[in-house]
Design a binder for this molecule. Structure first.
Ligand code: THG
Length: 366
Protein backbone atom coordinates (compact mmCIF):
# COMPACT_ATOMS: atom_id res chain seq x y z
CA UNK A 1 0.00 0.00 0.00
CA UNK A 2 1.31 3.53 -0.70
CA UNK A 3 2.35 5.68 2.27
CA UNK A 4 0.42 8.64 3.59
CA UNK A 5 2.51 11.84 3.73
CA UNK A 6 1.53 13.45 7.06
CA UNK A 7 1.49 17.20 7.73
CA UNK A 8 -0.39 19.55 10.10
CA UNK A 9 -3.04 19.97 7.36
CA UNK A 10 -4.04 16.36 8.12
CA UNK A 11 -4.90 17.42 11.63
CA UNK A 12 -3.55 15.43 14.58
CA UNK A 13 -6.09 14.63 17.31
CA UNK A 14 -5.87 14.95 21.10
CA UNK A 15 -5.16 11.19 21.18
CA UNK A 16 -2.48 11.13 18.46
CA UNK A 17 0.41 10.47 20.90
CA UNK A 18 -1.41 7.37 22.19
CA UNK A 19 -2.22 6.13 18.70
CA UNK A 20 1.34 6.69 17.44
CA UNK A 21 2.77 4.79 20.41
CA UNK A 22 0.71 1.78 19.27
CA UNK A 23 2.24 2.09 15.77
CA UNK A 24 -0.66 1.70 13.32
CA UNK A 25 0.26 0.08 10.01
CA UNK A 26 -2.09 2.31 7.99
CA UNK A 27 -4.04 5.54 8.26
CA UNK A 28 -6.87 6.99 6.25
CA UNK A 29 -8.04 10.62 6.10
CA UNK A 30 -11.47 11.60 7.44
CA UNK A 31 -12.71 15.16 7.89
CA UNK A 32 -9.11 16.27 7.17
CA UNK A 33 -7.91 14.32 10.21
CA UNK A 34 -5.87 11.16 10.70
CA UNK A 35 -7.75 7.95 11.34
CA UNK A 36 -5.83 4.71 11.94
CA UNK A 37 -7.12 1.76 9.87
CA UNK A 38 -4.96 -1.24 10.85
CA UNK A 39 -2.76 -2.08 13.84
CA UNK A 40 -1.72 -5.74 13.77
CA UNK A 41 -3.73 -7.02 10.77
CA UNK A 42 -7.38 -6.50 9.84
CA UNK A 43 -8.10 -10.14 10.76
CA UNK A 44 -6.38 -10.17 14.14
CA UNK A 45 -7.65 -6.66 15.04
CA UNK A 46 -11.18 -7.99 14.28
CA UNK A 47 -10.76 -11.15 16.37
CA UNK A 48 -9.46 -9.10 19.32
CA UNK A 49 -12.36 -6.63 19.04
CA UNK A 50 -14.88 -9.50 19.20
CA UNK A 51 -13.27 -11.00 22.31
CA UNK A 52 -11.84 -8.16 24.42
CA UNK A 53 -11.99 -4.35 24.35
CA UNK A 54 -10.35 -1.63 22.29
CA UNK A 55 -9.89 2.13 22.63
CA UNK A 56 -10.39 3.94 19.32
CA UNK A 57 -9.36 7.51 18.44
CA UNK A 58 -12.48 8.57 16.51
CA UNK A 59 -11.91 12.30 16.99
CA UNK A 60 -12.40 12.44 13.20
CA UNK A 61 -16.12 12.27 14.02
CA UNK A 62 -16.04 16.06 14.39
CA UNK A 63 -18.95 17.81 16.06
CA UNK A 64 -20.99 20.58 14.47
CA UNK A 65 -22.54 22.46 17.37
CA UNK A 66 -25.82 24.22 16.65
CA UNK A 67 -26.81 26.49 19.53
CA UNK A 68 -29.48 29.10 20.03
CA UNK A 69 -33.24 29.66 19.85
CA UNK A 70 -33.49 28.50 16.21
CA UNK A 71 -31.40 25.33 16.76
CA UNK A 72 -34.38 22.91 16.55
CA UNK A 73 -35.57 24.70 13.41
CA UNK A 74 -32.19 24.41 11.68
CA UNK A 75 -31.67 20.75 12.65
CA UNK A 76 -35.20 19.85 11.49
CA UNK A 77 -34.64 21.71 8.22
CA UNK A 78 -31.51 19.62 7.58
CA UNK A 79 -33.06 16.17 8.16
CA UNK A 80 -36.23 14.29 7.16
CA UNK A 81 -36.17 12.48 10.55
CA UNK A 82 -38.79 13.86 12.97
CA UNK A 83 -36.56 15.40 15.64
CA UNK A 84 -39.51 16.40 17.85
CA UNK A 85 -39.36 12.79 19.09
CA UNK A 86 -35.70 13.17 20.17
CA UNK A 87 -35.43 14.06 23.86
CA UNK A 88 -32.53 15.27 25.99
CA UNK A 89 -29.93 12.59 26.64
CA UNK A 90 -30.78 10.75 23.43
CA UNK A 91 -28.58 10.12 20.38
CA UNK A 92 -30.33 10.00 17.01
CA UNK A 93 -28.97 8.69 13.73
CA UNK A 94 -29.91 11.40 11.20
CA UNK A 95 -29.86 11.34 7.42
CA UNK A 96 -28.95 14.86 6.20
CA UNK A 97 -30.44 15.50 2.75
CA UNK A 98 -30.03 18.08 0.01
CA UNK A 99 -32.82 19.58 -2.13
CA UNK A 100 -32.90 16.43 -4.31
CA UNK A 101 -33.21 14.16 -1.28
CA UNK A 102 -29.59 13.02 -1.74
CA UNK A 103 -27.61 12.26 1.39
CA UNK A 104 -24.96 14.80 2.44
CA UNK A 105 -24.01 13.09 5.71
CA UNK A 106 -25.32 10.55 8.24
CA UNK A 107 -24.34 11.93 11.65
CA UNK A 108 -25.26 10.80 15.12
CA UNK A 109 -27.04 13.79 16.65
CA UNK A 110 -26.96 14.52 20.38
CA UNK A 111 -29.64 16.73 21.91
CA UNK A 112 -27.88 18.30 24.92
CA UNK A 113 -30.76 20.72 25.38
CA UNK A 114 -33.67 22.00 23.24
CA UNK A 115 -31.39 24.79 22.04
CA UNK A 116 -28.09 22.90 21.95
CA UNK A 117 -27.33 20.11 19.46
CA UNK A 118 -24.20 18.33 18.30
CA UNK A 119 -24.04 16.57 14.95
CA UNK A 120 -21.30 13.93 15.16
CA UNK A 121 -20.22 13.85 11.55
CA UNK A 122 -19.36 11.31 8.93
CA UNK A 123 -16.82 12.41 6.30
CA UNK A 124 -18.26 15.52 4.61
CA UNK A 125 -18.28 19.29 5.23
CA UNK A 126 -21.39 19.87 7.33
CA UNK A 127 -19.92 22.84 9.19
CA UNK A 128 -19.95 25.00 6.05
CA UNK A 129 -23.37 23.71 4.98
CA UNK A 130 -24.98 24.41 8.37
CA UNK A 131 -23.35 27.85 8.56
CA UNK A 132 -24.55 28.63 5.03
CA UNK A 133 -28.13 27.64 5.81
CA UNK A 134 -28.12 29.62 9.07
CA UNK A 135 -26.66 32.75 7.45
CA UNK A 136 -28.84 32.51 4.33
CA UNK A 137 -32.06 32.05 6.30
CA UNK A 138 -31.12 34.61 8.96
CA UNK A 139 -31.53 32.09 11.79
CA UNK A 140 -30.77 32.96 15.39
CA UNK A 141 -28.14 30.26 15.98
CA UNK A 142 -24.40 29.92 16.34
CA UNK A 143 -22.76 27.15 14.32
CA UNK A 144 -19.21 26.08 15.23
CA UNK A 145 -16.86 23.14 15.70
CA UNK A 146 -16.41 22.78 19.47
CA UNK A 147 -13.18 21.42 21.00
CA UNK A 148 -14.77 18.00 21.56
CA UNK A 149 -13.23 14.70 20.43
CA UNK A 150 -14.95 11.31 20.59
CA UNK A 151 -12.96 8.36 21.93
CA UNK A 152 -14.68 5.00 21.39
CA UNK A 153 -14.39 2.02 23.74
CA UNK A 154 -15.68 -1.03 21.86
CA UNK A 155 -15.90 -4.74 22.48
CA UNK A 156 -17.61 -7.14 24.91
CA UNK A 157 -15.56 -5.86 27.88
CA UNK A 158 -16.23 -2.18 27.13
CA UNK A 159 -18.85 -1.72 29.86
CA UNK A 160 -16.52 -3.12 32.51
CA UNK A 161 -13.67 -0.85 31.38
CA UNK A 162 -15.73 2.34 31.12
CA UNK A 163 -17.33 1.62 34.51
CA UNK A 164 -13.88 1.27 36.10
CA UNK A 165 -12.89 4.71 34.83
CA UNK A 166 -16.16 6.69 34.96
CA UNK A 167 -18.11 4.79 37.64
CA UNK A 168 -20.92 2.28 37.72
CA UNK A 169 -23.55 4.82 36.57
CA UNK A 170 -22.42 4.21 32.98
CA UNK A 171 -23.88 0.68 33.23
CA UNK A 172 -27.36 2.24 33.30
CA UNK A 173 -26.89 4.20 30.07
CA UNK A 174 -29.17 2.63 27.44
CA UNK A 175 -28.25 2.05 23.79
CA UNK A 176 -28.04 5.39 21.94
CA UNK A 177 -28.47 7.34 25.19
CA UNK A 178 -25.86 9.48 26.91
CA UNK A 179 -25.04 10.96 30.31
CA UNK A 180 -22.61 13.45 31.79
CA UNK A 181 -19.73 11.67 33.49
CA UNK A 182 -16.62 13.02 35.13
CA UNK A 183 -12.96 12.09 35.42
CA UNK A 184 -10.55 14.15 37.57
CA UNK A 185 -13.15 16.91 37.89
CA UNK A 186 -13.71 17.27 34.14
CA UNK A 187 -17.10 16.52 32.62
CA UNK A 188 -17.43 14.53 29.42
CA UNK A 189 -20.48 13.15 27.63
CA UNK A 190 -20.51 9.34 27.66
CA UNK A 191 -22.82 7.61 25.16
CA UNK A 192 -23.58 3.95 24.56
CA UNK A 193 -22.85 3.96 20.84
CA UNK A 194 -20.06 3.35 18.37
CA UNK A 195 -19.25 2.10 14.91
CA UNK A 196 -19.22 -1.62 15.74
CA UNK A 197 -21.81 -4.16 16.79
CA UNK A 198 -19.67 -5.54 19.62
CA UNK A 199 -21.18 -3.14 22.16
CA UNK A 200 -19.50 -0.15 23.70
CA UNK A 201 -19.35 3.52 24.50
CA UNK A 202 -18.16 6.78 23.04
CA UNK A 203 -16.63 9.42 25.31
CA UNK A 204 -16.97 12.92 23.90
CA UNK A 205 -13.78 14.25 25.47
CA UNK A 206 -14.13 17.94 26.30
CA UNK A 207 -10.92 19.89 25.63
CA UNK A 208 -7.83 18.90 23.63
CA UNK A 209 -5.69 18.93 26.80
CA UNK A 210 -7.89 16.24 28.39
CA UNK A 211 -7.45 13.80 25.51
CA UNK A 212 -4.36 11.89 26.67
CA UNK A 213 -5.39 11.79 30.37
CA UNK A 214 -8.67 10.04 29.41
CA UNK A 215 -6.92 7.80 26.86
CA UNK A 216 -4.22 6.76 29.37
CA UNK A 217 -6.72 6.18 32.19
CA UNK A 218 -8.59 3.70 29.97
CA UNK A 219 -5.42 1.93 28.82
CA UNK A 220 -4.19 1.65 32.45
CA UNK A 221 -7.49 0.40 33.87
CA UNK A 222 -7.90 -2.18 31.13
CA UNK A 223 -4.59 -4.06 31.36
CA UNK A 224 -6.12 -7.24 32.78
CA UNK A 225 -8.98 -6.98 30.23
CA UNK A 226 -6.42 -7.18 27.40
CA UNK A 227 -7.30 -3.66 26.23
CA UNK A 228 -5.61 -2.55 23.02
CA UNK A 229 -5.49 0.62 20.98
CA UNK A 230 -7.72 -0.09 17.97
CA UNK A 231 -9.71 1.56 15.24
CA UNK A 232 -12.94 0.99 13.31
CA UNK A 233 -12.40 -2.42 11.74
CA UNK A 234 -13.42 -2.81 8.12
CA UNK A 235 -14.19 -6.53 8.48
CA UNK A 236 -16.42 -6.16 11.55
CA UNK A 237 -18.27 -3.12 10.24
CA UNK A 238 -19.05 -4.73 6.87
CA UNK A 239 -20.21 -7.93 8.61
CA UNK A 240 -22.42 -5.69 10.77
CA UNK A 241 -23.75 -3.71 7.81
CA UNK A 242 -22.70 -0.32 9.22
CA UNK A 243 -22.60 2.18 6.34
CA UNK A 244 -19.63 4.35 5.41
CA UNK A 245 -20.61 7.72 3.95
CA UNK A 246 -18.61 8.52 0.79
CA UNK A 247 -18.28 4.81 -0.08
CA UNK A 248 -21.56 2.95 0.49
CA UNK A 249 -23.78 6.03 0.37
CA UNK A 250 -23.22 9.40 -1.30
CA UNK A 251 -25.22 12.45 -2.36
CA UNK A 252 -26.48 10.33 -5.27
CA UNK A 253 -28.52 8.20 -2.83
CA UNK A 254 -31.64 8.99 -0.83
CA UNK A 255 -32.11 7.68 2.73
CA UNK A 256 -34.56 5.13 1.28
CA UNK A 257 -31.82 3.81 -0.99
CA UNK A 258 -29.49 3.78 2.02
CA UNK A 259 -31.97 1.55 3.85
CA UNK A 260 -32.70 4.30 6.37
CA UNK A 261 -36.47 4.65 5.84
CA UNK A 262 -36.99 4.17 9.61
CA UNK A 263 -35.27 7.55 10.09
CA UNK A 264 -37.23 9.36 7.39
CA UNK A 265 -40.59 11.14 7.95
CA UNK A 266 -41.10 13.61 5.07
CA UNK A 267 -44.87 13.14 5.46
CA UNK A 268 -44.84 15.00 8.77
CA UNK A 269 -41.84 17.34 8.79
CA UNK A 270 -40.73 20.47 6.90
CA UNK A 271 -37.25 19.65 5.61
CA UNK A 272 -34.95 20.28 2.67
CA UNK A 273 -35.68 17.68 -0.04
CA UNK A 274 -39.22 17.01 1.20
CA UNK A 275 -40.90 16.78 -2.25
CA UNK A 276 -38.43 14.36 -3.88
CA UNK A 277 -38.41 12.26 -0.69
CA UNK A 278 -42.22 12.09 -0.66
CA UNK A 279 -42.13 10.96 -4.29
CA UNK A 280 -39.59 8.23 -3.56
CA UNK A 281 -41.52 7.08 -0.48
CA UNK A 282 -44.59 6.67 -2.69
CA UNK A 283 -42.86 4.96 -5.62
CA UNK A 284 -40.33 2.95 -3.62
CA UNK A 285 -36.57 3.28 -4.22
CA UNK A 286 -35.21 1.94 -7.53
CA UNK A 287 -32.12 0.51 -5.77
CA UNK A 288 -31.08 -0.15 -2.21
CA UNK A 289 -28.11 -0.98 -0.01
CA UNK A 290 -27.55 -4.72 0.43
CA UNK A 291 -25.15 -7.14 2.04
CA UNK A 292 -23.45 -9.25 -0.62
CA UNK A 293 -21.43 -12.44 -0.17
CA UNK A 294 -18.71 -12.66 -2.84
CA UNK A 295 -17.26 -16.09 -3.66
CA UNK A 296 -13.67 -17.17 -4.24
CA UNK A 297 -10.69 -16.59 -1.96
CA UNK A 298 -9.92 -13.33 -0.14
CA UNK A 299 -10.70 -10.46 -2.54
CA UNK A 300 -8.24 -7.60 -3.16
CA UNK A 301 -8.64 -4.20 -1.50
CA UNK A 302 -11.55 -2.25 -3.03
CA UNK A 303 -10.33 1.18 -4.13
CA UNK A 304 -12.97 1.92 -6.78
CA UNK A 305 -16.53 0.63 -7.08
CA UNK A 306 -16.82 -2.88 -8.54
CA UNK A 307 -19.63 -3.37 -11.09
CA UNK A 308 -22.34 -5.95 -10.36
CA UNK A 309 -24.17 -7.72 -13.19
CA UNK A 310 -27.15 -10.04 -13.26
CA UNK A 311 -28.81 -11.69 -16.25
CA UNK A 312 -26.09 -9.97 -18.36
CA UNK A 313 -27.17 -6.49 -17.30
CA UNK A 314 -25.62 -3.92 -14.97
CA UNK A 315 -27.55 -4.15 -11.68
CA UNK A 316 -25.42 -2.23 -9.20
CA UNK A 317 -22.03 -1.78 -7.63
CA UNK A 318 -19.98 -3.00 -4.65
CA UNK A 319 -18.65 -0.23 -2.39
CA UNK A 320 -17.02 -2.12 0.53
CA UNK A 321 -15.52 -5.59 0.80
CA UNK A 322 -13.58 -7.53 3.43
CA UNK A 323 -12.63 -11.18 3.80
CA UNK A 324 -14.50 -12.45 6.86
CA UNK A 325 -12.69 -15.23 8.73
CA UNK A 326 -15.86 -15.80 10.80
CA UNK A 327 -18.22 -16.29 7.84
CA UNK A 328 -15.60 -17.75 5.47
CA UNK A 329 -16.66 -15.43 2.65
CA UNK A 330 -15.93 -11.99 1.25
CA UNK A 331 -18.44 -9.83 3.13
CA UNK A 332 -19.48 -6.87 1.01
CA UNK A 333 -21.88 -3.94 0.88
CA UNK A 334 -23.38 -2.80 -2.42
CA UNK A 335 -26.09 -0.68 -4.00
CA UNK A 336 -28.32 -3.12 -5.91
CA UNK A 337 -31.19 -2.48 -8.35
CA UNK A 338 -34.69 -3.52 -7.32
CA UNK A 339 -34.76 -6.30 -9.95
CA UNK A 340 -31.93 -8.15 -8.17
CA UNK A 341 -32.03 -7.03 -4.52
CA UNK A 342 -33.98 -9.93 -3.01
CA UNK A 343 -32.04 -12.14 -0.56
CA UNK A 344 -30.67 -15.26 -2.28
CA UNK A 345 -30.40 -13.66 -5.74
CA UNK A 346 -27.25 -14.70 -7.60
CA UNK A 347 -25.18 -12.01 -9.33
CA UNK A 348 -21.66 -11.53 -10.70
CA UNK A 349 -19.14 -9.11 -9.22
CA UNK A 350 -16.47 -7.68 -11.51
CA UNK A 351 -13.46 -7.51 -9.19
CA UNK A 352 -10.09 -6.27 -10.56
CA UNK A 353 -8.75 -9.85 -10.48
CA UNK A 354 -11.70 -11.34 -12.36
CA UNK A 355 -15.43 -12.03 -12.33
CA UNK A 356 -16.70 -13.70 -9.13
CA UNK A 357 -20.00 -15.37 -8.32
CA UNK A 358 -21.90 -13.57 -5.55
CA UNK A 359 -25.16 -13.71 -3.64
CA UNK A 360 -27.41 -11.03 -2.17
CA UNK A 361 -27.84 -11.52 1.59
CA UNK A 362 -30.37 -10.11 4.07
CA UNK A 363 -27.52 -9.80 6.56
CA UNK A 364 -24.41 -11.76 7.57
CA UNK A 365 -25.63 -12.48 11.09
CA UNK A 366 -29.07 -13.94 10.24
N1 THG B 1 -20.46 7.56 16.32
C1 THG B 1 -20.45 8.91 16.37
N2 THG B 1 -20.36 9.65 15.25
C2 THG B 1 -20.29 9.04 14.05
C3 THG B 1 -20.32 7.64 13.94
C4 THG B 1 -20.40 6.88 15.13
N3 THG B 1 -20.19 9.79 12.92
C5 THG B 1 -19.85 9.15 11.68
C6 THG B 1 -20.47 7.82 11.50
N4 THG B 1 -20.26 7.01 12.71
C7 THG B 1 -21.94 7.98 11.25
N5 THG B 1 -22.55 6.76 10.78
C8 THG B 1 -23.18 5.85 11.63
C9 THG B 1 -23.72 4.71 11.10
C10 THG B 1 -24.37 3.79 11.91
C11 THG B 1 -24.47 4.03 13.27
C12 THG B 1 -23.91 5.16 13.79
C13 THG B 1 -23.28 6.08 12.99
C14 THG B 1 -25.18 3.11 14.19
N6 THG B 1 -26.30 2.53 13.76
C15 THG B 1 -27.01 1.57 14.58
C16 THG B 1 -27.41 0.41 13.67
O1 THG B 1 -27.37 0.54 12.48
O2 THG B 1 -27.76 -0.61 14.25
C17 THG B 1 -28.22 2.08 15.33
C18 THG B 1 -28.86 3.33 14.94
C19 THG B 1 -30.10 3.66 15.76
O3 THG B 1 -30.66 2.76 16.42
O4 THG B 1 -30.55 4.82 15.76
O5 THG B 1 -24.76 2.89 15.31
O6 THG B 1 -20.39 5.63 15.15
N7 THG B 1 -20.51 9.52 17.55
Amino acid sequence: MPELFLSPRLRPTPFTPGVEAAAPKAYTVYNRMRLASVFDSLESDCAHLKEHVQVWDVAVQRQVEIAGPDAPRLVQWMTPRDISRVGDGVCAYLPICDDSGGMLNDPVALRLDRELWWLSLADSDMLYYAKGLAIGAGLNVSVREPDVSPLAVQGPKAEELVARVFGDTVRKIGFFHFANCSLDGRNHIVARSGWSKQGGFEIYVDGHENGMPVFSALMEAGRDLHVRVGCPNSIERVESGLLSYGSDITWEHTPYQAGLSAYCHPETVECIGREPLLREAAEGPPRQIRCVSIGGGPAPQLTEFWPVTGSGLSVGRISSVAWSPEFRTNAAIGMIDRSHWEGGTRVEVHAPDGVRAAEIRESFYR
